[in-house]
Design a protein around this ligand. Structure first.
Ligand SMILES: Nc1ncnc2c1ncn2[C@@H]1O[C@H](COP(=O)(O)OP(=O)(O)OP(=O)(O)O)[C@@H](O)[C@H]1O
Ligand SMILES: [Mg+2]
Ligand SMILES: [Mg+2]
Length: 620
């Protein structure tokens, strides 16, 4: 029996011969973010020029890594142009009298330097067909050579999904014919997967349907390793361009039990899996960049059949590439099946498709059209034996898992769980690393130590999420890298925020500086010079000046002052905060804005109202 020696695997792990990953550990015990460096060793590649004899235009090559981006942009534009509002499906989680059941298969590209069965490099943005080994295109005489390093992200993923790692797993050939698969079969692990019996816990904060309460657990049936297919780009005139860089890339397929009963929970599950895989650095990229694809299996049964143990007939919607598509496709397919059954029809087991922005699933093939995969053990590949020592090593070296990280962000920094989740989800998990980079630099600049007042952390989170988000239409336009750097260097944002925190600049100036850095008008490291050059330092007006402005804006506002008096006399329950802010707004407009702080304006105004005007009103 050929065995993958665990010593060999450990060597890969310990000496870094795997793929030389530059691991950046943000402050202990935060998440570990690893970047994949290109392998330096030349692989034995063949360049299949057949498919690229016509050179791809640079735009196609450039967009190859992010197929969904343009679609999303176009969709958003079309929607804006049509003046339509997106339909909300908040109340579309249940249909009275029916129960929905969903099981999900997720395919994720593993974060490795080499393909599953050849030493060709994995590549996502390189020119098409530049990383193709003989075996990848099924050249006669070539044989698979299992790359043990691919087990590392695979096992880490399975551990993050709480699976039991199987000591022995095996590869089968799954036969079907398509141009994207040169061998005529895919090597996969359906019958003897390397991981089984996992579980993912979803909480309310993960965005599950309210009907699922505070928490729901989804069992993972198994996780298997398999090969990816070649990438097809459709061209006019029924021409298809093939890029064999993708063929043979290592994937894992994660298969759930049919335990999901609400569309929002299905989307939340896929989102959570993406976060889990990203947190242990198992995955190349998320759904938006094409690194994760989901197939959803949908069935419905009448409420009276719940408890019989029999599920309805399932249909499968393949290749969904966004969380929204997961939710919308399930809703559409559920409603279609219910309509069929309510009109006396039968649901056919079939494979269906879904296009972005659509309202209906469409039939691709029926059961009779299903391929007979003729599974057989791959005679060229021995079983994979995974040692307990490897599993233990990987388990002990995993980064922080998402639930623990959200708890930490909430407890340590006072962030809301919604903002924590958003920071962790954006840019395939790189935005949170950006936040840590900014925070670290900000603390150094402010001379703060851990455990001190956390207002600066809230400020950093707010800017990393909301202010940064205002700079671009799509987050991807920030060009965020996995180690948390983008078009606004973290050091520059920290510089802006440290001046803002120390009240050396106003929020308005800080926002202008952010735009300046983003547009390249302020060079890296040049924030302080830009403030100096533009005389943008905050020179606050005096307390007396604030008081004069306060006195001016309350003139003629007797009705408003009356509301403060009613509160003071206990005749109104709530403090008229809105009115106070209305007057502050008037002060800000009346005074020299660049020299005013709304917080100071509010403080002085409040003191004037309570100390001078209300007593005067009471006395009159
Ligand atoms: N009646 C049902 N309703 C909803 N989901 C179901 C039902 N029966 C099975 N499923 C789900 O369908 C999925 C089946 O996936 P699996 O990979 O085992 O088979 P497959 O879809 O035939 O294979 P593949 O698509 O990979 O060729 C699982 O997630 C399972 O939970
Ligand atoms: Mg499957
Ligand atoms: Mg399937």
């Amino acid at each position: 029996m050929s065995r993958v020696p665990t010593a060999e695997l450990s060597r890969y792990l310990l000496t870094g011969q795997v793929s030389r990953r530059g691991c950046l550990y943000a402050r202990n015990p935060r998440i570990a973010v690893c970047t994949l460096l290109r392998p330096t060793r030349q692989t034995r590649n063949v360049s299949s020029h057949a498919a690229t004899s016509t050179k791809l235009p640079p735009s196609v090559i450039a967009s190859a890594g992010n197929p969904l981006r343009k679609q999303l942009k176009d969709e958003a534009k079309a929607l804006k142009a049509s003046g339509k509002k997106k339909k909300k499906n908040a109340n579309n989680q249940t249909v009275p009298g029916w129960e929905l059941t969903v099981g999900i298969e997720i395919h994720a590209q593993l974060n490795t330097a080499r393909k599953l069965f050849s030493a060709a490099a994995t590549s996502f943005n390189d020119p098409p067909n530049s990383h193709v080994a003989l075996f990848d295109v099924a050249m006669p005489g070539s044989q698979p050579l299992f790359q043990p390093e691919t087990l590392i992200p695979a096992v880490r993923a399975a551990l993050a999904l709480n699976c039991a790692i199987q000591p022995v797993s095996r590869f089968d050939r799954k036969h079907y014919f398509h141009w994207d698969q040169p061998a005529g079969y895919q090597i996969t692990q359906y019958y003897h997967p390397f991981a089984r019996d996992g579980r993912v816990v979803l909480r309310a904060r993960d965005g599950i349907a309210p009907e699922d309460g505070d928490r729901v657990e989804i069992d993972i049936k198994q996780v298997q390793m398999e090969q990816d297919t070649a990438k097809t780009t459709a061209q006019p005139g029924n021409v298809h361009w093939l890029d064999f860089n993708r063929v043979g890339l290592p994937l894992i397929e994660i298969i759930t039990q049919p335990q999901i009963h609400h569309p929002a929970t299905a989307a939340a599950f896929v989102r959570k899996v993406q976060m889990l895989l990203s947190s242990v650095d198992a995955c190349v990229s998320g759904m938006e960049a094409g690194g994760l694809r989901a197939d959803v299996n949908v069935s419905v049964r009448r409420a009276e059949d719940v408890g019989t143990g029999r599920l309805g007939t399932r249909t499968e919607i393949k290749n969904l590439s966004s969380f929204k598509a997961v939710e919308d496709a399930i809703i559409a397919e559920r409603d279609r099946q219910i309509a069929v059954l309510e009109t006396g029809g039968m649901v056919e087991g079939e494979t269906r498709g879904w296009s972005l922005g659509s309202t209906e699933t469409r039939r691709l093939r029926g059961k009779e059209g299903e391929v007979d995969y003729r599974y057989m053990p791959d005679p060229d590949l021995g079983p994979v034996v995974i040692g307990e020592d490897l599993v233990a090593h990987l388990a002990s070296s995993m980064g922080m898992l998402p639930d623990a990280e959200i708890d930490e962000l909430v407890e340590t920094y006072g962030l809301s769980s919604k903002d924590s989740l958003s920071l962790m989800m954006l840019d395939d998990g790189a935005r949170i690393q950006y936040f840590y980079n900014v925070l670290e630099e900000l603390e150094t600049r402010l001379g703060l130590s851990e455990g001190s007042d956390q207002r600066h952390a809230l400020l950093a989170a707010n800017w990393c999420l909301h202010e940064l988000g205002k700079l671009t239409e799509l987050p991807s336009d920030l060009d965020m890298t996995p180690d948390g750097e983008c078009r606004v260097p973290s050091g520059d944002l920290a510089a802006i925020l440290s001046h803002l925190h120390k009240r050396e600049i106003t929020a308005r100036v800080a926002k202008d500086l952010l735009w300046g850095v983003f547009r390249g008008e302020i060079s890296a490291g040049g924030v302080a010079q830009a403030i100096e050059a533009g005389s943008l330092w905050f020179q606050e007006i005096s307390e007396q000046d604030y008081a004069k402005l306060a006195d001016a804006v309350v003139q003629g506002e007797d009705k408003v002052l009356g509301e403060f008096l009613r509160f003071k006399q206990g005749k109104a329950k709530a403090y008229p905060h809105g009115k106070l802010m209305f007057l502050v707004g008037k002060m800000m407009r009346a005074g020299p804005e660049q020299r005013m702080d709304p917080a100071s304006a509010e403080r002085v105004l409040r003191a004037r109202i309570e100390g001078v005007y209300l007593p005067a009103l009471e006395g009159s």
